[in-house]
Design a binder for this molecule. Structure first.
Ligand code: ATP
Length: 410
């Protein structure tokens, strides 16, 4: 079943409101096994909206709309549907009674212009709207469906959940989907796309590639008549993705790196301390976003200047010889903070957040060192970008390497 969404309202085109209704509906459709092909935003204009409905009905099985069901002259969703289908709107006495009763309960009379909210066309039935005045329209004609819902998100989501989604679920014959999110770090979107290229051709299961602050996420989705069939279809594709992406995979679904690292430290009875320069404390901040992190996180030092690095136990001669942004200084930071905080593992992060070069090193150059008392490993990385992006990537990178080392540690 092919669907499209039309969000109606001039406010959307003026940039005065953001189309959260379309985002909400788009997020709901996969679970119903409905394929969404188009989202459009159209202003409160009868001609343009009628055109949008004509186009939508020619190419989609289901058209979902929000907005334009109010009583005012520029609320023209009903009129546009009627025009696109060549039908006439007629006031429904039952709906009118209901509407008048709503206003009586409020202690006011009904403004006469509201009567258009009690109209239908022959192909439409009213969708109840206990959260507002305007009923929605459920239109069925020539095998196509239009579900017209109100604009206010509270009314729209209520109508969707209680009326529209259940009707569509019946029509799709109970198609269900199973989906798994695979999270990777360390390679760019283009490269991931290239690596997965033979698998990306598959339709069911399908794979979506998304760039996120904590790496590239891959959403594998399978559709089938039952949940267990969908799971059975999904699993072999997830395994192929894991085999292709190898060591770059760090988690699934709702996993975060900081939670996984925290769980590993706790399970192994290890403690952690950090010394950060270019990330300015972001690593410690993210680590402590996890409830219970005091069980394994001893503390962190933000040694932003060379003086503070030296005062925190980094040999000033190393800084003079190799520069603050160097493998040697990162290693010394990890070792110093590990010893000073009495932790099992020390992490040192030093780099250039930009926008200018430092010590002849380009913005995005970052050295991450992890010292577990047995060995110290340094990961030189280069992630160009804006300051905030470099800080975020350096933090993610430190957690990613920490996770991999902890997994490999007996
Ligand atoms: P009403 O009877 O309240 O006028 P309506 O169906 O005519 O309802 P609109 O007038 O188009 O809806 O929109 C009412 C309000 O709902 C807007 O001012 C806006 O705050 C919100 N809204 C409308 N469309 C959207 C959308 N696509 N995404 C988010 N909010 C929306």
């Amino acid at each position: 079943m092919k669907a499209e969404i039309i969000s109606i309202g001039t406010e959307l085109l003026m940039g005065q409101i953001v189309d959260t209704n379309a985002a909400y509906l788009a997020g709901q459709l996969p679970a119903l096994g409905v394929d969404l092909y188009f989202i459009s935003q159209v202003g409160d204009n009868l001609g343009r909206l009628a055109d949008a409905f004509t186009r939508a009905l020619a190419r989609s099985d289901v058209v979902l709309t929000s907005g334009g069901l109010g009583p005012t002259e520029d609320d023209v969703t009903r009129e546009s549907i009627a025009a696109a289908l060549g039908e006439t709107m007629v006031v429904q006495p039952e709906l009118e009674r209901h509407l008048r009763a709503f206003f009586t309960r409020r202690g006011t009379g009904m403004p006469e212009r509201n009567v258009k909210q009690a109209t239908l066309i022959p192909s439409a039935t009213a969708i109840p709207n206990p959260k507002g005045t305007a009923p929605g329209w459920w239109v069925e004609k020539n095998g196509r469906i239009i579900a017209a819902m109100p604009g206010p998100p509270r009314e729209m989501t209520y109508m969707w959940e209680n009326e529209v989604a259940p009707r569509l679920r019946k029509l799709t014959g109970g198609v269900t989907i199973a989906s798994r999110l695979v999270k990777t770090f360390g390679i760019g979107e283009g490269k991931v796309d290239e690596m997965l290229s033979p698998l990306l051709k598959s339709n069911n299961p399908s794979i979506g590639v998304y760039a996120k602050p904590d790496g590239i996420h891959l959403r594998v989705t399978a559709k089938a008549a039952t949940q267990s069939e969908a799971e059975a279809l999904l699993q072999p594709m997830v395994e192929k993705v894991l085999a292709t992406m190898g060591e770059t995979v760090w988690g699934f679904d709702g996993d975060t790196l900081e939670t996984s690292v925290g769980a590993l430290l706790k399970a192994k009875g290890l403690t952690l301390a950090t010394m950060e320069s270019c990330t300015g404390g972001l690593l410690a901040s993210v680590i402590t976003d996890v409830p219970g992190s005091s069980d394994y996180f001893k503390g962190g030092v933000v040694s932003y200047t060379n003086e503070v690095k030296a005062a925190s136990g980094v040999d000033a001669k190393l800084i003079a010889e190799h520069g603050a942004v160097s493998e040697q200084v990162a290693r010394a930071m990890a070792a110093a903070v590990r010893t000073r905080c009495g932790a099992d593992i020390g992490v040192g992060v030093t780099g250039v957040a930009g926008p200018s070069e430092m010590e002849g090193k380009r913005p995005g150059t970052v050295f991450i060192a992890i010292d577990d008392g047995r060995a110290a490993r340094v990961f030189p990385t280069f992630w160009p970008g804006e300051r905030s992006v470099i800080k975020r990537r350096a933090t993610t990178s430190a957690l990613f390497h920490l996770k991999k080392l902890l997994e490999g540690r007996a």
